[in-house]
Design a protein around this ligand. Structure first.
Ligand code: HXC
Length: 261
């Protein structure tokens, strides 16, 4: 499959998807979102891939949904297509993904761009990253999880302020309030994200999936249900060959050789 609005690279067990629409600040047109969806699906189905990085390159992550394309849309079309949850689209795939996905954010991550980054498992930011939900300035509101994921990530006060005023958060503030896991110098961001993804990909794949599902439960359920989910997942990890190998390798003072089984 050849792509026009994204670039896809494979580096060892890591799949990199780079948004590439430089003339429009990587604005998320339907075509771009669909390309991300196709690429994610291909990487998820590729047994050689253990983790995925979603990047926008050095200058900008994404300045939001394509406002010029959206301008002429009407309620009926948005409702009937469940926009932006288009069938097979990037949003759908991001939200239902099983392999870990890291967002590498440099420059603006605004509106749908911020939402796309937050739909990933965690965000590594460069010192130039700026996050915002400025939809209110163009007469609408976040439509792909901005009010929900931002509030869960940074709490009510910051989320309310950002969504109500459109104020942007810089990388330092985003790290301080827990929106991003780490800040990396801009020139090193993509390489660091790939290195981090490679570290995850070297772990047992089914265990990494269970870790991800378990952490996600913390945001989907109450504490006792989440603890129960974790306990059951922990017990079921004992059915994997990789669990036997991991503990044997520790006892034998060697590196484990996971077979992803
Ligand atoms: C379409 C966009 C765009 C967008 C930038 N461009 N953002 N095109 N949709 N969201 C285009 C500009 O029109 C311009 O094209 C080129 O990219 C460069 O942008 P400038 O504005 O000239 O750059 P700058 O002055 O540096 O300002 C950067 C910016 C600003 C602060 C990011 O572009 C901006 O405010 N963009 C809109 C941000 C926004 O409101 N996002 C939320 C969208 S709503 P030309 O052809 O003129 O050179 C949304 C809803 C999500 O995301 C719903 C679910 C998906």
């Amino acid at each position: 499959m050849s792509y026009e609005l994204i670039q896809v690279e494979i580096q060892g067990a890591v799949g990199l998807i780079r948004l590439h629409r430089p003339d429009a600040m990587n604005a998320l047109s339907v075509a771009l979102i669909n390309e991300v969806g196709v690429a994610l699906q291909a990487l998820e189905q590729d047994e050689a891939i253990g983790a995925i990085v979603l990047s926008g390159g050095e200058k900008v992550f994404a300045a939001g949904a394509d406002l010029k394309e959206m301008q002429s849309k009407a309620f009926t079309e948005l409702y009937l297509t469940d926009f932006p949850q288009l069938p097979g689209s990037g949003w759908e795939r991001l939200e239902r993904r099983r392999k870990p996905v890291i967002a590498a954010v440099s420059g603006y991550a605004l509106g749908g761009g911020c939402e796309m980054a937050m739909a990933c498992d965690f965000i590594l930011a460069s010192n130039t990253a700026r996050f915002g939900q400025p939809e209110i300035s163009v007469g609408t509101l976040p439509g792909a999880g901005g009010t929900q994921r931002l509030a869960r990530a940074v709490g009510k006060a910051k989320a309310m302020e950002m969504c109500l005023t459109g104020r942007m958060m810089d990388a330092e503030e985003a790290e301080r309030v827990g929106l991003v896991s780490r800040i990396v110098p801009v020139a090193e961001l993509e390489a660091e994200a790939i290195k981090t993804a490679a570290r995850i990909a070297a772990m047992s794949r089914p265990i990494a999936m269970m870790v991800k599902e378990s952490v996600d439960q913390a945001f989907e359920s109450g504490l006792s249900a989440g603890l129960m989910f974790e306990r059951r997942a922990f017990a079921s990890s004992f059915s994997f060959e990789d669990r036997t190998e991991g503990m044997a390798a520790f006892a034998e003072k060697r590196r484990p050789e996971f077979k992803h089984r």
